[in-house]
Design a protein around this ligand. Structure first.
Ligand SMILES: Nc1nc2c(c(=O)[nH]1)N(C=O)[C@@H](CNc1ccc(C(=O)N[C@@H](CCC(=O)O)C(=O)O)cc1)CN2
Ligand SMILES: Nc1nc2c(ncn2[C@@H]2O[C@H](COP(=O)(O)OP(=O)(O)OP(=O)(O)O)[C@@H](O)[C@H]2O)c(=O)[nH]1
Length: 444
């Protein structure tokens, strides 16, 4: 792997803002070790922890700490890297960073260390994205899944798909070169068979990636039901807060209200919505429109019904539930009814708290069904979109094979191959890298 001697040497505080036990200033680039030499007053042997004094330009001691140098390409970025590990004082870390800048290092942009790791082939694009997803993970499942992506689980699946697509492209290109012969003697059936097999592999990966996207983005649970069923009360009870306004006036909730709730080791995003009904003033109708739009994005609808009128409530919302992939029925206000057992619903009272543990358990079970088990990895919307694009292109390829229009088949296969390649960054549109790495934190 080549180090990029022609690029700037960059510096950033790698640890979070604020005071901490230890703070790290990280350098990467051809001049990293020279800069460190000047700051530490001595040369650093690679991969060895040195206890040194960090000096300012007058030889004044800024702090004492640990300095470690990594000689490229055996480093995180693939370039020469130095870490200056000081006491976690924001003042000291700022001084150290300024000193490195005075010595010729430039302040790193957000994500620039990881971007260099990508550009130097240390990580592919999906792995670099997994670094950011690991850092941002809100729960154990998300962190584990991001770790698998960082280890290349997702990338390897993409790579083997890309390989198979490449082989098929080569085969089809060869057929085109012999195109004066009839297609069936050349193996048109074989091409069709291989396209079908690839389509199956692609759709399996697309499903796993969609599950991975949910792991990353969190399960989106939308609370719906008729007015006054107790949706806001239930949000408050689950969130353990008084976020939502509760009154006995039907149509109280108008806008969407979102809370992040932790269930076991998982985090889910709960959205309270306006009660669904075909009435109300202009504001309430807008609230209902937003509730319906929110349902389109839901992974799970938590359907809250008043236990005193389950059938009536359900008929109010039935049409709106059609688009939701999964639902959990809740009968609320069981404190007001005698017999509340129901086979297909969780009975609760948002007022007394009865049944809430059962509801949490039911939610936790749905969360497990949503992925995060053995082998699950994180993915992003970008990846799911790319896999869908590849599926469409592959379907186009299949359609043209039948007609014997092999140039078109070859073109569609190329499009599918490029779409899969964009996931790991083998193929990349111009603006993609800036878009991805700018959302990282500084120092990563
Ligand atoms: N102090 C510190 N901790 C850290 C990092 C860091 O940069 N500094 N990391 C970064 O964000 C992560 C670890 N990532 C790293 C990845 C590769 C190499 C590295 O030196 N790789 C060489 C040698 C391989 C080996 O010895 O195992 C290589 O890949 O050739 C270092 C850190 C998490 N913890
Ligand atoms: N007895 C009893 N009353 C409840 C329970 N849950 C909610 N309520 C009452 O029912 C009324 C409506 O509750 P909300 O939480 O505002 O209902 P909502 O479904 O959000 O109502 P909208 O905002 O109109 O859609 C309030 O007076 C609550 O105090 C419950 O479990 N038992």
């Amino acid at each position: 792997m080549t180090t990029h001697a022609d690029t700037d040497t960059i510096v950033a505080i790698a640890t979070p803002a604020g005071a901490g036990g230890v703070g790290i200033v990280r350098l990467s680039g051809a001049r990293a070790r020279d800069v460190a030499h000047a700051v530490c007053g001595r040369r650093l042997e690679p991969r060895r922890a040195h206890h040194v004094r960090f000096l300012d330009e007058d030889g004044e001691v800024l702090d004492d700490g640990i300095a470690i140098a990594f000689a490229g390409p055996a480093s995180y970025t693939g370039e020469d890297v130095v870490e200056l590990q000081a006491h976690g004082s924001p003042v000291v870390l700022q001084q150290l960073q300024s000193r490195c800048r005075m010595l010729g290092a430039r302040l790193a942009r957000a994500g620039e260390f990881s971007e260099r790791a990508f550009l130097n082939g240390r990580l592919d694009l999906a792995q670099a994205e997994a670094v950011a997803d690991l850092i941002a993970a809100g729960d154990v499942r998300g962190a584990r899944a991001a770790r698998r992506s960082l280890d290349g689980v997702f990338s390897e699946r993409c790579a083997s798909l890309a390989d198979a697509l490449l082989q098929l492209r080569v085969y089809v290109e060869a057929m085109i070169d012999f195109s004066d012969e009839p297609i069936d003697t050349l193996g048109g059936d074989e091409v069709a068979r291989r396209i079908a097999a690839l389509g199956a592999a692609l759709s399996a990966l697309e499903q796993d990636a969609e599950r991975g996207r949910r792991l990353r983005d969190g399960l989106h649970v939308v609370i719906v039901g008729p007015p006054n069923a107790g949706k806001s009360s239930l949000l408050n009870a689950l969130a353990g807060s008084d976020r939502a306004i509760v009154t006995d006036i039907a149509g109280t909730t108008r806008d969407l209200l979102q809370e992040t709730v932790r269930i076991g080791s998982a985090e889910l995003v709960l959205v309270d919505t306006a009660g669904l009904r075909d009435a109300g003033d202009a504001i309430e109708r807008e609230g209902i429109r937003r509730a319906r739009a929110e349902l389109q994005r839901a992974d799970l609808a938590l359907v809250v019904l008043d236990a005193r009128d389950v059938a009536g409530g359900l008929s109010t919302v039935a049409d709106d539930l059609a688009a939701v992939p999964d639902r959990l029925l809740v009968h609320n206000k069981i404190d007001l009814v005698e017999d509340h057992e129901a086979a297909d619903a969780v009975p609760v009272s948002a007022r007394t708290g009865a049944g809430l543990d059962r509801l949490r358990a039911a939610l936790a079970q749905r969360l497990d069904g949503g992925g995060g088990g053995e082998g699950a990895f994180t993915a992003r919307q970008r990846h799911v979109d790319a896999l869908r694009e590849a599926s469409t292109a592959l379907a186009d390829a299949a359609a043209t094979v039948d007609g014997g229009a092999l140039e078109l088949t070859a073109e569609s296969l190329r499009a599918a191959h490029d779409a899969v390649g964009a996931i790991t960054g083998r193929v990349r549109p111009d603006d993609l890298l800036g878009h991805i790495f700018s959302s990282f934190c500084i120092g990563k």
